[in-house]
Structure formats: C-alpha cells, structure tokens
Design a binder for this molecule. Structure first.
Ligand code: ATP
Ligand code: MG
Length: 241
C-alpha cells in the first residue's frame, strides 16, 4: 500500500509491524484488560499524529475524568500542553459534555452522529473512543452494537478519519470484546495482553487483524516508558527481568 494511503501511528515500532501504518479511515479495535496501556497508547497516537503529521485528534473519554487522565499523561514526553490548549488534540469527557452523555444514551444512529459531529467540528483525522465498551454497555443487543460500530466506521471513513475503539476485555483471555461482535465489524484488531515470567508481568502487543494491508502477526514485548510505547520482538533477550 502506498505510504500516502496509511495513517502513520507515529509509534515507530508499531508502524514498522503494520508495514507503514493503519489504512486511512479504518476503525480499529484496541483491546486490552485493565492497566494494559490502552489509554496511553491511544493518547500517544493522537499526540504523535499532531506533532509528526499535523493531523488533529479527538479523544472521547468515557471511563475516567479528563482532568485525571491529563494529569497522568503529563508524565510522558509525547504530551504537549500547547496542542491541548489550542484544541488540536481535543479531550472531551463527561465533565464537559453532559449533552454528549445524553446523546450517547440514545439509539445507535444518534450516538454515531454525536461522535461524527465532534470529529467534523474539530477537523480531526484521528479519534480515540475510550471506551467503545462503555458505549455498547447501554445498547440493547448485539444487533444494535453491530449497527453502531458499522455506522461509525461508514461515517468516519469518508472523512479519512482513523479511529481507535478501545475495548475492555478480561485479562489473559484470547477474546477481543465483551459482546463478541465488535471485532467482526472493525477493520482491525490490536490486542494488548501480558504473561508472567519469573514473577514479572511482561506486556505484549499483537496485531490480530488489519484489513487491506500485509502486517506482522508476531507478538511483541511492549514497554511503557516516559517516551511512550516501545515494542520489541518477543525473544528471550528482549524479555526484561
Ligand atoms: N510514566 C509511566 N511509566 C511507565 N509505566 C507507566 C507510567 N504511567 C503508567 N504506567 C503504566 O501504565 C498502566 C496504565 O496504563 P493505561 O492507563 O493506558 O491502562 P488502560 O489499559 O487504559 O487501563 P484501564 O482499562 O484501567 O483504563 C499503569 O498501570 C502502569 O503500569
Ligand atoms: Mg484507560
């Protein structure tokens, strides 16, 4: 795929195993259990997108207050207060968006419209929804969840807006979603997991699916450092401890 057809995540090793980046306009499930690094990876995707590619981003934060999230993100070198202040990386949460909460509790098409309107208003090329599980929790059945994710993908794709849909899954199970339908509708799946080695927890990242590109399926060791997410092939010499 041509370099211009992909959205470079800006996380170097991730782009490398993706073979360049995520095809523009894809809706990608970012699945991981609690503490697996979903929020940090999603935020880094937006900050790197702005700083390296001048692509604006929107973070829809439904699982923790924006103020607390930003306080944690300040520890990372990719965090850029300037782009938060000018809205190029725009954090939207329930503290500031009571209206959005009401809208998100309505039917699937209204939920999609609400998110797409924010993306259009900001001129964003990247959006992170943290989490899609929280939105799906209040939908009635699998058909509605399928409809919601499908419509979201259909509306964001023509805007060339690439989305990371954060999926909260139980630890150490090879599943990608709570409701069991999200992964089929999404264009890609990035799976964060971990295993124990000599009493150490080793984080891992694996691209399970990415429609339209040839990507690595190899599990990577993932480290969270002050410079963000680092990946290394899962070889003995790369396993810390
Ligand atoms: N500055 C840092 N340096 C290294 N690791 C960190 C740093 N800050 C947080 N972490 C690690 O990242 C983890 C949290 O990552 P993150 O908030 O992205 O997880 P999450 O998958 O979004 O979790 P949740 O599902 O609970 O929202 C912490 O538990 C900690 O292990
Ligand atoms: Mg989180």
């Amino acid at each position: 795929m041509d370099e211009n057809d992909v959205c470079k995540t800006g996380i170097n090793e991730l782009d490398k195993i993706l073979g360049g980046g995520i095809p523009h306009g894809s809706a990608v499930l970012l699945a991981g259990s609690s503490g697996s690094g979903k929020t940090i990876l999603g935020s880094e995707f937006l900050f790197r997108g702005m700083n390296k590619n001048k692509e604006k981003g929107v973070y829809i934060c439904l699982t923790e207050p924006k103020s607390r999230m930003i306080k944690n993100l300040r520890n990372f070198s990719f965090y850029d207060q300037k782009v938060v202040d000018n809205g190029d990386v725009y954090f939207l949460d329930m503290e500031v968006a009571e209206k959005l909460r009401e809208m998100l509790l309505l039917n699937p098409s209204t939920r999609v419209r609400t998110i797409v309107d924010v993306v259009k208003d900001r001129g964003a090329k990247r959006v992170v929804i943290d989490s899609v599980t929280a939105i799906c929790n209040s939908l009635d059945d699998k058909a509605e969840i399928r409809d919601f994710i499908f419509r979201l993908g259909m509306e964001l794709s023509p805007l060339n807006c690439t989305s990371l849909l954060i999926s909260e899954i139980p630890p150490r199970e090879y599943v990608f979603s709570v409701f069991g339908v999200e992964e089929f509708i999404s264009d890609g799946i990035i799976h964060l997991s971990d295993f124990e080695r000599k009493g150490n927890i080793i984080r891992t990242l694996q691209i399970v699916k990415m429609r339209g590109i040839e990507h690595s399926m190899n599990k990577q060791v993932m480290q969270i450092t002050k410079d963000g997410v680092k990946l290394m092939p899962l070889l003995d010499k790369n396993i810390p401890g």
